[in-house]
Design a protein around this ligand. Sequence first.
Ligand SMILES: CC(C)(COP(=O)(O)OP(=O)(O)OC[C@H]1O[C@@H](n2cnc3c(N)ncnc32)[C@H](O)[C@@H]1OP(=O)(O)O)[C@@H](O)C(=O)NCCC(=O)NCCS
Length: 175
Amino acid sequence: MKIEKPVIKIATPSDASSLSKLAEKTFRDAFAKLNKKDDFESYIADFFTENKIKSEILDSESFFFIVKIKNQWAGYAKLCKSPPPECVLSLPAIELSRFYSLQQYWGCGVGPALIEKCIEHARGKAFKSIWLSSWKKNGRGNAFYAKNQFKIVGSKTFALGSDIQKDHIFAKLLV
Ligand SMILES: CC(C)(COP(=O)(O)OP(=O)(O)OC[C@H]1O[C@@H](n2cnc3c(N)ncnc32)[C@H](O)[C@@H]1OP(=O)(O)O)[C@@H](O)C(=O)NCCC(=O)NCCS
């Protein structure tokens, strides 16, 4: 699908309501079918409320970009100054802790525009690498990171409720 050039802006607290809806929808688009309903719904109830997202926007250690297409919300990314795992060697490093577009925009250039913006931001803040964890079952996401020169540097577990999932840790050098 051909789309207009994505417009990317920094989230402010007044975006919390729309961003929480987008975060929930994009998470459902990506992972609902692959998870047990109870685990999935309780994760959403914990992590994608307006209050939770507002507190993350207000947190000086994290930072959100929002993508809009024709003034409609299409995707978002969250960067976070969290402590990196030991396998991330090039420091300081910043975590790409959320990276999502609506399914209707997959393959339309939203992901590429957003990752470029995140990398530009991280470079501008003098981070030497950008890292993330991604479920090993996430074929599309993992292919996206690989084609953007992220390398698998380790692995970790992630608890979605009772389900202990195995994640790759990816990192990309910025220098
Ligand atoms: C991650 C995301 C923003 C990337 O945006 P996108 O528009 O899908 O990215 P692209 O289409 O440019 O790249 C995806 C690549 O995966 C490939 N792909 C698609 N399905 C695949 C699969 N099941 N297995 C492996 N590769 C796959 C595509 O062909 C494409 O590669 P190509 O450009 O060489 O053809 C988007 O896919 C998304 O929101 N996914 C769900 C959320 C998610 O996984 N986020 C990351 C969590 S860590």
